[in-house]
Design a binder for this molecule. Structure first.
Ligand code: SF4
Length: 111
């Protein structure tokens, strides 16, 4: 499957999953296209659509937590940002993804 077809397939596969989690693809089509392209390339190379924005380690269990869409493993953090780490997915009500602030999990305010 060529990269363009795989990007389309990933889009098709991810959409219903993130929908159930309260997310959608970013309305920034250029960003979405770029990130999906990176994921398709990672999948081609490593067999999984790993996150293009998070580093893999030698720990397989840890790496499983950064296979897209990784939202369930980072739910509290991403919900607080209203976007996933890469910004490929945003909360359903987001119309201006550039207004969202990315911050590390260590800065998450917990009650
Ligand atoms: S941060 Fe976003 S793009 Fe990266 S793997 Fe997680 S859900 Fe996918």
């Amino acid at each position: 499957m060529n990269a363009e077809a795989r990007k389309k397939a990933l889009r098709f596969l991810f959409a219903p999953i993130v929908d159930k989690l309260g997310y959608k693809f970013t309305p920034n089509e250029e960003d979405a296209d770029f990130l999906l392209e990176q994921e398709a390339a990672l999948e081609e190379k490593h067999g999984m659509p790993y996150c293009p924005c998070q580093a893999r380690s030698k720990d397989r269990a840890e790496n499983m937590k950064i296979i897209c869409p990784c939202i369930p493993f980072h739910r509290e953090h991403y919900d607080a940002m209203r976007r996933c780490w890469c910004g490929l997915f945003v909360h359903k009500d987001v119309t201006d993804p550039d207004s969202l602030v990315q911050f590390p999990e260590s800065k998450l305010k917990r009650p």
